[in-house]
Design a protein around this ligand. Sequence first.
Ligand code: AMP
Length: 260
Amino acid sequence: MRHYKNSLSGTVGFIPTMGALHEGHLSLIKTSLAQNTHTVVSIYVNPTQFLAGEDLDKYPRTLEQDLALCKKLGVSGVFVPNNLYAKDEVFVAAPKIKGYVLEGHFRPGHFDGVLTVVLKLLNLVRPTNAYFGQKDAQQLVLIKQLAQNLFLDTNIVGLPTLRDSDGLAKSSRNVYLSKDERQKALSIYRCLSHIKNNTERKSLSELKDEATQILKVDTLQYLAFTDYNLCMRQTFKKGDTLVLIAAYVGSTRLIDNVWL
Ligand code: AMP
């Protein structure tokens, strides 16, 4: 990968993914294509970010289709490693607070795995710009911090969440949803839209109560209001408020958010 990268001239945009590419991924790729001389995509289902009992084994894998999509879009190279780990390795530790609230609370150690693989990939590819989705808000915040704390020479770019026409955030895990479950999942978007549209008129605590009425998920793990640095908020502040939801619909775990 390093050798290939060194053969490219001009700027390089990089999009790390776990494959099963959907339009959310494609929007990151298209932005990179527009902003860089070359675009490199990686496809790697990173085992260290899955906890025991999570969906590592059944995570959707559609490599042929993914490669065809990348080729059609004009991606310069796709990096598909078999394995990025050896035994008894140095492992990145996510920050003790920001890495262990919200997603990190329900998936302890998840961000250690995410940050480790992202650091490996960024070191291999050494891109000018790396693109990540706001869909994974906490991940984006932590990757920006990784780049800052470890003085990485890559510009981390966050891009908006792409949704289906009914509002459901695109996700590789949406294929797990039955028709009925999808209807329930849509309440997450309705809830976030309700909050987004009423921040001027209502208080955060009022909206939190109303939001829980709107949600029709099976298990709500969290509905949280934070600033852009993941510290909990009691009041709205335009340009610095994140609303984050994680919930189970059936056995599928979904996350979504809005940046206000
Ligand atoms: P994944 O393959 O799920 O690890 O995602 C790879 C990248 O695509 C991450 O930076 C995600 O945040 C981003 N991504 C996933 N879903 C979406 C979406 N619906 N809209 C925009 N970006 C997304």
